[in-house]
Each structure stands twice: as structure tokens, then as C-alpha cells.
Design a protein around this ligand. Structure first.
Ligand code: HEC
Ligand code: HEC
Ligand code: HEC
Ligand code: HEC
Length: 207
């Protein structure tokens, strides 16, 4: 009796093995086999992100050994160009002010006051550019250079693609979000939050 069960079980497993490989229907017997076969003629340029990113205005940057694209920023900044109003020194502008501060909606919530104020990144005499800690002008399109002065760890991760996010697919050319696409420079911290949850009960009620 035991032997019969054994034989039945064995036949069953052999059949399972034979039929798990669906012959012509699926060309490959396993994922590994498929990867091996399909990567044979892959030279790194047979697929491209080009169709997905061609609509996005971007600029090419080279940082160390990494050359990639980031989205252009200046056309996205509401009050650019700054020099439309910043025609005089800040002192003069402030003296001529009647009523509300011009940028009343910007409250700095980044580092403490000893480390940072508006003039850490903005230059009253050249408002159309950002500035480094040593007063070197930084184009708004390259604002990551301002961030990298203090956040070198995240900057290094970002260059290599470990911090931040790539746009479109993994295929070249690489277009990566720049720091200010995700972090508001005036209030860069993210609050902790619950992961998104899919509420099935709610979905049922709506049916
Ligand atoms: C619509 C006019 C206008 C535009 C556009 C504008 N500013 Fe200003 N900004 C002002 C005025 C007026 C002041 C000074 C008086 C005040 O604070 O109200 C000022 C002050 C500032 C200050 C000093 C704030 C402080 O509290 O010390 C900074 C920094 C600044 N602007 C940055 C910018 C940058 C950067 C841009 C462009 C991205 C810009 N502004 C565009 C009108 C403008
Ligand atoms: C850590 C650097 C940093 C500091 C400090 C800083 N800014 Fe900015 N600010 C930036 C960057 C970077 C941008 C451009 C962001 C972008 O590309 O959208 C910007 C943009 C702006 C703009 C244009 C915003 C818009 O959407 O039109 C204004 C106005 C401005 N800053 C004013 C100020 C004022 C006023 C202060 C002080 C209260 C200040 N900033 C402090 C980095 C800084
Ligand atoms: C002058 C130095 C300096 C510059 C320039 C600077 N930061 Fe910061 N940043 C700090 C300090 C100091 C803190 C607060 C301490 C901390 O939490 O690490 C901070 C905090 C942060 C945080 C929150 C960290 C946390 O733990 O949640 C983020 C995100 C951030 N900065 C992003 C940026 C981005 C993006 C830029 C460029 C637009 C930038 N920083 C420019 C010094 C700087
Ligand atoms: C695609 C969006 C994205 C981009 C681009 C991005 N960051 Fe972040 N960053 C994040 C997220 C998400 C976190 C994690 C926040 C958390 O854990 O609460 C973070 C965290 C941080 C922190 C807090 C410390 C940490 O590692 O948790 C700093 C500082 C920071 N980023 C700086 C930068 C700088 C500088 C750049 C550009 C060189 C940059 N980030 C680009 C999304 C981004």
C-alpha cells in the first residue's frame, strides 16, 4: 500500500515538472534563462528613456564621474526674474515699503538663525543668482550646489543615484530630480506620516 502511494506521488511530481515547462508557449524555462538570453544582444543603448523625458526641459550636469540631466528650474520659479523688482539695494527697497513684507509668505524653517538667514543663499546685490557661502554666484538651475555645501553626504548619494529619484525609466539618458524638486529650500524637512493605506471597507461602501 505504502509503495503504491509513493509511486503515485512520484508520478505526480514528475508530471508536475514536465508540465511546468510550457514548451512553445513560453520560450524560456526559467527567469534566469530568459535574462541570460535577452541580455545577449543588449549593448546598453537598445532601449532609451528619450521618449518619456523629451517633453521635460532639462540641463546636463557633470559632477565627478557622473554626467546626467536635471530638470531646468528658472522657468518654474514664480517670481523669477527677481531683478524685475530688485532694481535697488535691499535697504532702499525696505525703506520704500508701505505695508506688508514683499515675501510675507516665506518663513524660513530650515537651520537655526545662527547658521542661516536669507542672505546665506540670496545676494541682495545680485538677486537673479543664488550665492555660495564664499559669495560665489550660483545659477538657480544649479541650486544643488548650494545644498551640497552643507549636505555633502546626501549630495554624494544623489550624484550616484542613491538619494532622490530618477524620472522615467532606468534606461539612459538619466534624468534625475534635483534637490528643490522634492525639498522646499525654505522648509526642507518632511513630516513623518503613515504609509498610504488602501481602505477596502471604504471601497465597498462606495459600490
Ligand atoms: C514683485 C516684486 C519682487 C519680486 C519679483 C522679487 N522680490 Fe524679493 N523683495 C521685494 C521687496 C520690495 C523686498 C524688500 C522689502 C520687503 O521685504 O518687503 C524684497 C526682499 C527680498 C529679500 C530680503 C528679505 C528679508 O527679509 O531680508 C530676499 C532674500 C528676496 N527679496 C529674494 C528674492 C528672490 C530670490 C526673488 C526672485 C526669485 C525675488 N526676491 C523676487 C520684491 C520682490
Ligand atoms: C538654503 C538656501 C536658501 C535660504 C536660506 C533662502 N532661500 Fe530663497 N530660495 C532658495 C532656492 C534654492 C530657491 C529656488 C527654489 C526653486 O528652484 O524652486 C529660492 C527661491 C526663493 C524665492 C522665489 C520663490 C518663488 O517660488 O517665486 C524667493 C522670493 C526667496 N527664495 C526668498 C527668500 C527669503 C525672503 C529668504 C529668507 C526668509 C530665503 N529665500 C532664504 C534658497 C534659499
Ligand atoms: C549653510 C548650510 C546649509 C545649506 C546651504 C543648506 N542646508 Fe539644509 N540644513 C542645514 C542645517 C544646519 C540643517 C538642520 C540640521 C539637520 O537637521 O541636519 C538642515 C536641514 C535640512 C533638511 C532636514 C533634515 C532632516 O533631518 O529632516 C533638509 C531636507 C535639508 N536641510 C535640505 C537642504 C536643501 C535641499 C538645501 C539646498 C536648497 C539645503 N538644505 C541647504 C544646513 C544647510
Ligand atoms: C526625489 C525626491 C528627493 C530628491 C531629488 C532629494 N531628496 Fe533629500 N530626501 C528625500 C526624502 C523622501 C527624504 C527622507 C525624508 C524622511 O526620511 O523623513 C530625504 C531626506 C533628506 C535629508 C534628511 C536626512 C536624511 O538623509 O534623511 C537631507 C539633508 C536631504 N534629503 C538633502 C537633499 C539634498 C541636498 C538633495 C540634492 C542633492 C536631495 N535631498 C534630493 C527626497 C529627495
Amino acid at each position: 500500500m505504502r509503495n503504491t502511494i509513493k509511486i503515485i506521488l512520484h508520478t505526480f511530481f514528475i508530471a508536475l515538472l514536465l508540465f511546468s515547462c510550457k514548451g512553445d508557449k513560453d520560450k524560456y524555462h526559467s527567469v534566469l534563462e530568459r535574462i541570460e538570453a535577452e541580455s545577449k544582444d543588449y549593448h546598453g543603448d537598445s532601449i532609451s528613456s528619450e521618449p518619456y523625458i523629451s517633453e521635460i526641459k532639462s540641463i546636463e550636469i557633470t559632477e565627478g564621474e557622473h554626467t546626467f540631466l536635471i530638470p531646468e528650474r528658472k522657468s518654474q520659479i514664480k517670481s523669477y526674474s527677481c531683478s524685475e523688482c530688485h532694481t535697488a539695494s535691499l535697504k532702499e527697497l525696505e525703506d520704500g515699503r508701505s505695508g506688508k513684507k514683499a515675501h510675507w509668505d516665506i518663513n524660513l524653517n530650515h537651520a537655526n538663525e545662527i547658521t542661516m538667514n536669507c542672505a546665506t543663499c540670496h545676494n541682495g546685490n545680485d538677486m537673479d543668482n543664488l550665492k555660495s557661502l564664499t559669495d560665489t554666484p550660483i545659477d538657480f538651475n544649479y541650486s544643488y550646489q548650494a545644498c551640497s555645501q552643507c549636505h555633502s553626504k546626501q549630495f554624494n548619494d544623489w550624484k550616484g543615484g542613491a538619494h532622490g529619484k530618477r524620472i522615467a525609466s532606468w534606461a539612459p539618458p538619466r534624468l534625475s530630480n534635483t534637490c528643490v524638486n522634492c525639498h522646499n529650500p525654505h522648509d526642507p524637512h518632511f513630516e513623518t506620516r503613515y504609509p498610504d493605506r488602501f481602505n477596502t471597507e471604504y471601497e465597498n461602501e462606495r459600490k
